[in-house]
Design a protein around this ligand. Sequence first.
Ligand code: F6P
Length: 553
Amino acid sequence: MSFSSFSQASDLPAWKKLQELYDASGKNLSVKEQFQSDSDRFAKFSREFTNYDGSKILFDFSKNIVNDEILKLLIELAKEAKVESLRDALFAGEKINFTEGRAVFHPALRNQSNKVLKVDSQDVTPEVNRVLAHIKEFSEQVRSGAWTGYTGKRITDVVNIGIGGSDLGPVMVTEALKHYASPDLRVHFVSNIDGTHISETLRSLSQESTLFLIASKTFTTAETTTNANSAKKWFLEAAVDEKHIAKHFAALSTNAEEVAKFGIDTKNMFEFESWVGGRYSVWSAIGLSVVLYIGYDNFEKFLKGAEAMDKHFTEQPLEDNIPAIGGLLSVWYNNFFGAQTHLVAPFDQYLHRFPAYLQQLSMESNGKSVNRANEFVKYSTGTILFGEPATNSQHSFFQLVHQGTKLIPADFILAAKSHNPIQNNLHQRMLASNFFAQAEALMVGKTEEQVRAEGNPENIVPHKVFSGNRPTTSILAQEITPAALGALIVYYEHLTLTEGAVWNINSYDQFGVELGKVLAKSIGSQLDDAVAKVDNHDGSTNSLINQFKSWSA
Ligand code: F6P
């Protein structure tokens, strides 16, 4: 593997130089002072992305704790860690997910320019396009009302049943692009095994006008198959005859055999391939709920925006490569400043599920502790990503971001143009003023002198001091359009790749979620007997299970 010729990233010369620089001056670098001494700082440390439709997104990295020397060394680190080789191997369809023997080829799903893209020497583009054509045809039928339910009524409600990547992407994107949605069709998402989720979702729906999308790459995920069976049962309570399932259930999956076993006509199956990881699957058939909601043309724009960011990532030198810079800054904070977390705060209500989506993308990808050389890593990997839309989050956890003891690098996201410019755009101006003010306050802080000058009593002064120098990346889009959202997601995908490449871990498997699944299965069978006491676990687990049995009887 040309992209993995080292073992521990901390042994790379650039890492060592970064450590020396951090110890000598980096840790005390004042961003405020850097702005005072360098009038070009904004221009130097911000990058503009131009989308396929000419729209722009500005990435302002200048409020990060970096200077020319640090950025230069971070780029050197990326080169030594062969970030570009891993990137090129991914885009060449190589099996970089070596623990599962799979290619990681989701960019092929947004190959709107129809390049020949091969896995195992076979061009995958015709098959991707065939599925897209099927999605287009089906979605147009449903949206126009030509596709009707078993009593001839048009479909008014779509319920996507899936979990993890088969849920988070479609939920986030449908919410983010609600402005573009058809008012005639509602979308619902059921993911949790908790019966409340499906019960509450179905409560207001009618069997005659509901379409279920069973979204599961494997079609064996317990939550999804159980929820799908409950949906089928609910549907048949009214429809009675199993032949009606064909009009009301479609499958989004790689597993035709299990789909057929479930009783879904494979004509209503929208396929994708094993080289699409769950957390990278919103671009695939898993995005069908998105297409139904916003229409195929808008979905195409979403794919094109994503493709434009792929192009940027593959073609731009590291110095100007926006996702690479984002990933390298993350390494800088994680591994040198000891930051454990990363905050993503969209100043945009439509993006309210974006942090949840990014949590799976980032934490399932890079929550690994063994490197590509099969050794435990000697440094921290992964980042605890969290977030909520602002301004709400300002009134909850931002206190800790401003004055807590921890360094929390943050991304703030804003669209210049609101889809809802109500009250003569007053709301938008207030939202934007918070976006600017928060980043500024986090950087500038407030000194003792300033607090004293405000006339505060001496014993209160330390409580009102803000250390400042808390890093933020401000991401300013022109508008949250399908194209802009596509590009924004891919920014984070490739930022995650960059981190994983430097850390020399496999960002594309997820064995960590397996153990819990296996144990839950075996405990599940013990719960089938409501009274028999269990004694084969540890003391705590035995007692909890037995108490549960007695209370739920
Ligand atoms: O929870 C782990 C996981 O494997 C995710 O990676 C995936 O997105 C999710 O389960 C759902 O899997 P599937 O689409 O196969 O049901």
